[in-house]
Ligand binder design. Sequence first.
Ligand code: NAP
Length: 268
Amino acid sequence: MLHSKSPLIHNTMIEVLGLDYDYVCQPVKREELVAWLERVRTEGWAGFNATMPHKQALVPYMDELDEDARLYGAVNTVCYRNGTFCGFNTDGAGFARALTMCSIPIQGTRFTLLGAGGAARAVALKLVQQGAAHITVCNRTAEHALALVAHAPQVMSATGFSSEELAAACNRCDVLINCTNLGMVGSAEFESLDFVDALPKGAPVCDLIYHPLETALMTRAGAQGHPVMNGLPLLIQQAILALEHFAQVEIDAKTVFPKVCAALDAAQ
Ligand code: NAP
């Protein structure tokens, strides 16, 4: 967590927008959550972002929850305003904004999602909410995929993670999204990327991973002429949404995005 890119992203946006905030990393152990909330209260913090293992644990401590936090049963952005804690979840909305930024439509589109973990869940439920035509969830552990699909069985279906199953799912989608850890620095790689060959010509390929900035999946898809997107647009759009909540301002992504990318590049 101390290697998080969030302080750099937020503090760059804060500077660009001339806001009077400072964003810092604060490690909080599982058992320290209540004490941390008390600190926020007494020290008058504007709010904070939360990551695992706190996202679900925070829910019962919130005085208010936004629709997505209720839907996902998890909170990743907390504002402390007028003595109350307001919990938000920006995972799905950040991804929807990232797709829009990359001119990838959601309504009427068929998606194939690789993975059924926390990120896949946020992405899938937002795609359903915004009118995706169909979502095929491919996952190694069948019960995780089935549990996700159970949220909207009319538009989602589950399949496995064999080469044949991945190729079949790619063949019948318009957009492929990798929501697994495969390809991330420190994680395993896909055993085979041959499923990319089954994608329709020109189908966009999104990888939620941003470390590395270009995964093997993106390289293979890009070489075959597919537009590719890494996880940075999602990461930055989530930060924009969080800062909009903290500071109660509307942020023009076009203004801050290039500055944040430049700051991240310089810090590489
Ligand atoms: P998670 O809840 O732990 O889920 C991991 C998923 O990857 C599960 O579906 C898991 O399958 C699958 N998986 C892991 N190892 C695998 C392997 N060897 N073979 C096949 N499948 C495997 O993690 P998460 O929070 O959803 O995050 C997933 C990825 O999204 C990570 O790389 C993370 O960095 C990225 N992410 C990016 C952003 C961003 O802002 N860009 C935000 C959130 C997440 P099983 O169900 O079988 O275990």
